[in-house]
Design a protein around this ligand. Structure first.
Ligand code: EPU
Length: 416
């Protein structure tokens, strides 16, 4: 298993390009199931999660060709309608095939994903939404079995905004008969990106990016050629890295509009943030100021940036409180940050962080994707050597992270 070793203390300098967004690419690649013909996707990041979704689509007999960051998918003759446990447990976003399969081939059998390190993460709202469109849903032997001759549009209210839930039902509704209205829908940029792709395929989706999405069903779709939007969480991670190391980094090929909450918080910590079109330049302050954070659905502060921000607060001047309102167990990185000398106390859904002047390097273990990123960030600023093991979590969602940091001057290497 790979490890990443970092000798901390180098202020990052230079320019870095952001890759395509994992969480936009996953549903968009799945949307290829909705039509015959060849879909072409550009700017697809090379990640383990993308490999996992390609593996699932291949299992369903879609034809997939990858050339660099371009992926071509043709799902003409689907030979299976099942997402097996082995594939779903590797990556829970696999449940995204449920809606498209029922919409296009009238049935699907998808393993229930089970819990994950950061929380229970049920999919009850995906199932309720699909049932509202007329699908019959049964839970048997750990699988969801869903079927419908043709889905019929209806009005559906999400009890809470769910990103993949909204994506799943949106993909089901595009081929349903009549109009579907999704209320209290998630508003993340990845939802808007998926709606744009569906519309390019001939769907009629209105209002994505707001909490009410209206979908007028069509009888068939056609393939599309699209470019995946930049990854806002990778962007935010590099922003924090620049601030943390007192560096000066220009982050290019990103979408600053998707990061307003992160930009605002970073400015409060004393960092200089200069936004220009598709570029963000971050200059770190001499001593970081503390700031409180509460994670919220978009456009609030993203839960996927919570762990990285906690590292920044660990070396800030003063006390800060970070409240995690999305996932019930997303503080797993705290005990590893303790090993690096951070002073953090958990109380319910909040972490109280007393900034310390420096962290000190130590061996630590990654437990999930964003927790891994936070440990790498901590290593960049810690005195001495930090060894992060189980970096396969990192490889799920960050493309060539150590190479990008190394190009900014970090002393970082991967060892096998
Ligand atoms: N929820 C339910 N029932 C449902 C669905 C969700 O109770 O049927 C709850 C969840 O337990 C959670 C909240 O609703 O408390 C929001 O979860 P959501 O469904 O929005 O999360 P997700 O769709 O499973 C996506 C991202 C996550 C990101 C969250 C929140 C993808 C593939 N994953 O997950 O990304 O943290 O939205 O923004 O889009 C990551 O990239 O590291 C990652 C975990």
């Amino acid at each position: 298993m790979d490890k990443i070793i970092i000798e901390g203390g180098v202020p990052l300098q230079g320019q870095v390009n952001i890759s395509g967004a994992k969480n936009a690419a996953l549903p968009i690649l799945v949307s290829s199931l909705l039509t015959e013909g060849q879909n072409i996707y550009h700017n697809v990041p090379q990640l383990r999660d993308i490999d996992s979704i390609k593996e699932l689509l291949s299992y369903l007999c879609a034809d997939i060709q990858t050339e660099g960051d371009t992926v071509k998918i043709k799902a003409d003759g689907l030979c299976k309608t099942e997402a097996p446990y082995d594939l779903v447990r590797k990556m829970r976003a696999s449940v995204l095939v449920l809606g498209p399969l029922v919409a296009r081939v009238k049935k699907a059998r998808v393993s229930l994903p089970g819990g994950c390190a950061i929380g229970a993460r049920p999919i009850n709202l995906h199932l309720k939404g699909l049932a509202r469109l007329g699908a019959s849903i049964e839970l048997k032997h750990g699988y969801v079995e869903a079927s419908a001759d043709r889905l019929v549009g209806d009005d559906f209210y999400f009890d809470m905004p769910t990103v993949t839930g909204t994506e799943n039902i949106m993909m089901a509704a595009v081929l349903a008969k009549g109009k579907t209205v999704l209320r209290n829908a998630a508003r993340e940029p990845e939802i808007t990106a998926l709606a744009d792709v569906l519309n390019r395929m001939g769907a009629d989706v209105q209002g994505a990016g707001s909490s009410v999405i209206t979908i007028n069903g069509v009888s068939e779709l056609h393939p599309a050629e699209v470019t995946i939007i930049p990854d806002r969480i990778e962007t935010g991670t590099f922003m924090v890295a620049a601030a943390l190391t007192k560096g000066d980094v220009t982050i290019s090929r990103c979408e600053p509009d998707h990061l307003r909450a992160v930009i605002n918080k970073l400015k409060l910590t004393g960092s200089e943030v200069i936004v220009k079109d598709k570029e963000i330049r971050v200059k770190g302050p001499d001593r970081i100021c503390s700031a409180d954070i509460k994670t919220q659905p978009y456009p609030g502060f993203p839960t996927d940036m919570q762990a990285q921000f906690m590292v920044l607060m660990s070396v800030a001047k003063g006390l800060s409180v970070i409240s995690e309102t999305i996932f019930e167990n997303r503080f797993i990185h705290v005990s590893e940050l303790h090993r690096l000398g951070a002073d953090i106390r958990i109380s319910g859904d909040s972490a109280i962080i007393k900034g310390v002047p420096t962290l000190s390097g130590a061996p630590v273990m990654a437990s999930d994707l964003r927790a891994s990123a936070s440990l790498i960030l901590a290593g960049l600023v810690a005195e001495g050597s930090t060894e992060v093991s189980r970096v396969y979590h990192l490889d799920r969602g960050y493309e060539a992270m150590e190479k990008k940091f190394s190009a900014l001057g970090a002393r970082i290497q991967r060892v096998r």
